[in-house]
Design a protein around this ligand. Structure first.
Ligand code: MTE
Ligand code: MO
Length: 377
C-alpha cells in the first residue's frame, strides 16, 4: 500500500493517515491548476489499496435487474455497445475543511476519530468511460420496485470488529439522468491504482463517498443500502444534535454538497507585504450540478465585500469548481481578516462563520472561509 502511495502521489502530499491511506495536496498547490494533476489529487480510503489485474477483472450487475450480467473492461470499451463518455468532474469529500470545525470546537464529535481535512479534499479531473445508464439498460432495466443501486468496492473495510467491502448506494434516478459514469481513465492515463484501477464510478455532483473505487458489483435494491458507510457515515445532523441525544436515525444522508469556497493563498497567519492589494487565490464549488456564479472577498472580516471579476474565475462548467485569483484591496496594517464567499447559480451562498456550520459528524464545512493575515502596506 505504502509503495503505491510513493509511486503514484506527489512527494509533498500531506499524509493525514498512513493506513488506510488518506492524503491531500499542500495548500500552495491545490488551485495551481484548474485540472488537478493525478499525483496531487486527494485520496480518501477506508481500507487498503487493492492491486487488480485488469485482464482478469470483471464486475457483475445483479439484484433487482431484469437480466443480471457480468462485464469485463473490453465489454465496456466496445464503442458499438457503449458510446464513449468524457467529462471534467470535480469531486469533493464531505469532510473538506473539517479542520475548522475541529479547531473551533475541540473534542466535539470526535468519539469516532475523523480525518482532519483542510481545503484540499477536493480535486478536478477529466474522466473517460461510459454512462452507467446504458449498462443498466443492457441488463433489461430495473425490476418493479427497485429504486437504488448499491456499489461494491473490492477494498475491505473494518468496522465494529467486522470486515466488509466498501459499499454505498445512490438513487437510480441519478443514473437515469446520465449523471453516473463508469470510468477507466483519469487525465489521459489509466486510472491510478490509488484512485480505483481498473474501474471506478463517478457520480457527478455528489460527495466523493458515492464514487466507488475498485468496483466489482452493482446491485439493484429497493431501499438505500443498509451498509455502514451508507447508513452510519456521511450523515448530517442538525445543530441541536450532540453527544447527549444523538441517534443515527436523525441523520440526513449527504449527497450534494452546498456551495462553498476557500482561500488557498495567502495562508492563515501569513505576513503579507503589499502595495495596498493582497494577492489572493482559491477555489469555489457547488454540488448537484450547480456552479459558482460569483466569488466575493473581504479584507475586514466580512463588512465590505469586493466582487472577483468573472474574468478572474476559471471556466464555468456544470460539474466543476472554478478557481479564482484577485488583488484584494487592503489599507490597514496589522492583523486583518480575509473572508471569501461564493454565490452559486441558484443564489445559494455560504453561512457566515464556522459556528453556524458546526454539526455532529463534522461534515460539510461550507461556512465562509476566514483567515487572519498580518498586513504590511
Ligand atoms: N471507494 C472505495 N472502494 N473505498 C473507499 O474508501 N472512499 C470514498 C470514495 N470511494 C472510498 C471509495 C470517499 S469517502 C471519497 S471522498 C472518494 O472515494 C475519494 O476518491 P479519491 O481517493 O479518488 O480522491
Ligand atoms: Mo469522502
Amino acid at each position: 500500500s505504502w509503495s503505491t502511495v510513493l509511486k503514484e502521489k506527489h512527494p509533498d502530499m500531506l499524509h493525514l493517515l498512513q493506513f488506510p491511506y488518506n492524503g491531500e495536496p499542500p495548500k500552495r498547490l491545490v488551485t495551481d491548476k484548474e485540472i488537478t494533476p493525478n499525483p496531487l489529487h486527494f485520496v480518501r480510503n477506508h481500507g487498503g489499496i487493492p492491486l487488480i489485474d485488469k485482464d482478469k477483472y470483471s464486475f457483475v450487475v445483479d439484484g433487482f435487474v431484469a437480466k443480471p450480467r457480468e462485464y469485463t473492461l473490453n465489454d465496456l470499451m466496445d464503442e458499438s455497445r457503449f458510446p464513449r463518455m468524457e467529462k471534467i468532474i470535480t469531486m469533493q469529500c464531505s469532510g473538506t475543511r473539517r479542520i475548522e470545525q475541529i479547531l473551533k470546537y475541540p473534542g466535539q464529535g470526535d468519539e469516532v476519530p475523523q480525518a482532519p481535512w483542510a481545503e484540499g479534499a477536493i480535486g478536478t479531473a477529466k474522466y473517460v468511460g461510459i454512462s452507467m445508464k446504458k449498462v443498466i439498460k443492457e441488463c433489461g432495466g430495473l425490476v418493479e420496485g427497485a429504486k437504488h443501486l448499491e456499489f461494491y468496492g473490492a477494498d475491505t473495510y473494518f468496522k465494529d470488529d467486522k470486515t466488509m467491502n466498501y459499499l454505498v448506494s445512490i438513487p437510480y434516478s441519478k443514473v437515469k439522468a446520465n449523471e453516473v459514469m463508469l470510468t477507466w481513465e483519469m487525465n489521459g492515463e489509466p486510472l491510478p491504482a490509488i484512485h480505483g484501477f481498473p474501474l471506478r464510478i463517478m457520480v457527478f455532483g455528489y460527495i466523493g463517498a458515492r464514487s466507488v473505487k475498485w468496483l466489482y458489483r452493482i446491485k439493484a435494491i429497493k431501499q438505500p443500502s443498509r451498509a455502514p458507510v451508507q447508513s452510519q457515515e456521511y450523515l448530517y445532523f442538525p445543530q441541536q444534535v450532540g453527544k447527549h441525544n444523538f441517534k443515527l436515525t436523525d441523520g440526513i444522508q449527504i449527497q450534494e454538497m452546498p456551495v462553498s469556497s476557500a482561500i488557498m493563498s495567502p495562508w492563515h497567519k501569513q505576513v503579507c507585504i503589499h502595495n495596498g492589494k493582497i494577492r489572493c487565490k482559491g477555489w469555489a464549488y457547488s454540488g448537484g450540478g450547480r456552479w459558482p456564479e460569483r466569488v466575493e472577498l473581504s479584507s475586514d472580516g466580512g463588512f465590505n465585500w469586493y466582487t472577483v471579476p468573472v474574468d478572474n474565475l476559471s471556466k464555468k462548467r456544470r460539474w466543476t469548481w472554478r478557481t479564482w485569483q484577485f488583488e484584494l484591496p487592503c489599507d490597514p496594517e496589522g492583523w486583518v481578516e480575509i473572508v471569501c464567499r461564493c454565490w452559486d447559480n441558484a443564489l445559494n451562498t455560504q453561512p457566515p462563520n464556522v459556528r453556524t456550520a458546526w454539526n455532529w459528524g463534522l461534515h460539510v464545512t461550507s461556512s465562509c472561509h476566514r483567515i487572519s493575515v498580518y498586513s504590511i502596506n
